[in-house]
Design a protein around this ligand. Structure first.
Ligand code: SF4
Length: 369
């Protein structure tokens, strides 16, 4: 990572620590920045009279805020870096620290991909107007199709989204893409998101019916995979670190959908389920977990509620159940299920397995609102 081109906005934090005369502050940084954490601790301690303690457990999102356990240690303020505020209360005063990257690659390499995707969106819009009832076999095919959810689609706009360190450039890119002839929408999501164009691995709530395809400004395929699974719309990626452009491969998404299909089928004869509840403040979906237990009971099956802060195969594989339903971070089931010895499925997938939801709807991503 090119750290010289990142801006770690520590000034506001230093001002806040000084004005509140904080003595003990917890610093929480994403995994990719842990190597720089000690330098940041030095910088803050140099500018203030506070002592800084690094919250050194893994941290993958603002869902995972340091909460009351550090209050017992005497921590007065949490400084959370690299993620934005979401609709949760961790019970601790928390300062969110932006990290931005100044790379702004040219759009030329991505334009041919966007033109192809626009043509797909235009064709789908025509098809959606002639949609008819379909057989179970066709419905299962539709479930496995990466861009198979035709309806609802009411337009072919280009949706422009990005990961958080590039969002300060999003309206600049909107203008550049409009100058290249695209009608561009920067979607605004729900309460879990802070900025226009923002997406999380578990939330794509800005998606709209009149967006026909997407451009993601960022690196890696974590957000793109989720966005295509959630929307069923083609997606191009422009990487601000390398300047490279590519599309999210439909084959890749269809491989994931085939895997999800196989796991749903594997739960057909399962009688006992472990229902995972995440203990992290922004992952806890107790009501959903209880609903899953009730649905299982309705179908004559047994669900055991298991609460965990971290989820991993070594922590659950040994329970004598046939399968697991995950209500913690949705990406645990989607990205990591091959690591588990037993089927690990999402709540939607359980409902399909039990016949409560239909294949026709296409795959539904497990979003945390
Ligand atoms: S729940 Fe998962 S995907 Fe959502 S912010 Fe947390 S770690 Fe990221």
């Amino acid at each position: 990572m090119d750290l010289d081109r990142h801006d770690f906005e520590l000034d506001e934090l230093i001002e806040r620590i000084k004005s509140h005369d904080n003595r003990l502050v917890a610093l929480q940084v994403p995994e990719g920045l842990k190597m720089q954490a000690l330098d940041m601790m030095d910088a803050i301690e140099h500018e203030t009279s506070a002592k800084i303690v690094l919250a050194a457990d893994p941290c993958y999102g603002a869902c995972d805020l340091v909460h009351d356990k550090m209050q017992r240690m005497g921590v007065e303020l949490v400084a959370h870096m690299g993620h934005s505020q979401m609709n949760i209360d961790s019970g601790m005063p928390t300062q969110f620290i932006n990290v931005t990257y100044d790379g702004d690659p040219a759009i030329d390499p991505v334009l041919p991909i966007l033109a192809q995707h626009q043509a797909i969106a235009e064709q789908r819009l025509v098809n959606s107007q002639s949609e008819q009832e379909i057989s179970t076999e066709d419905a299962q095919d539709k479930f496995l199709d990466a861009v198979g959810r035709i309806s609802p689609l009411k337009g072919t706009k280009l949706g422009l989204v990005g990961s958080i360190q590039h969002l300060h450039l999003i309206f600049d890119y909107k203008e550049r893409l409009e100058a290249a002839g695209f009608e561009v929408e920067v979607p605004v999501g729900g309460a879990r998101l802070t900025f226009p164009g923002q997406v999380l691995g578990c939330n794509y709530s800005g998606d709209q019916d009149d967006i026909g395809h997407y451009l993601f400004l960022g690196s890696g395929d974590f957000h793109p995979i989720g966005l295509v699974l959630h929307t069923g719309k083609p997606l191009a990626m422009l990487d601000p670190y390398s300047g490279d452009a590519e599309e999210m491969s439909f084959e890749r998404i269809e491989r994931i959908l085939r895997q999800r299909f196989g796991l749903i089928m594997a739960c057909d004869n399962a009688k006992t389920f472990g229902i995972l509840i995440g203990e992290k403040p922004g992952q806890m979906r107790r009501t959903l977990a209880l609903r899953m237990k009730k649905i299982l009971e309705k179908h004559g099956k047994k669900g055991y509620l298991l609460a965990l802060e971290h989820v991993g195969p070594e922590l659950i594989d040994f329970y004598p159940v046939d399968a697991f339903v995950n209500t913690a971070c949705p990406r645990i089931a989607i990205d990591d299920s091959v690591r588990y010895a037993k089927p690990l499925i999402t709540p939607f997938e359980l409902e399909v397995a039990l016949g409560e939801k239909q294949w026709e709807t296409g795959y539904q991503f497990d979003e945390i609102p």
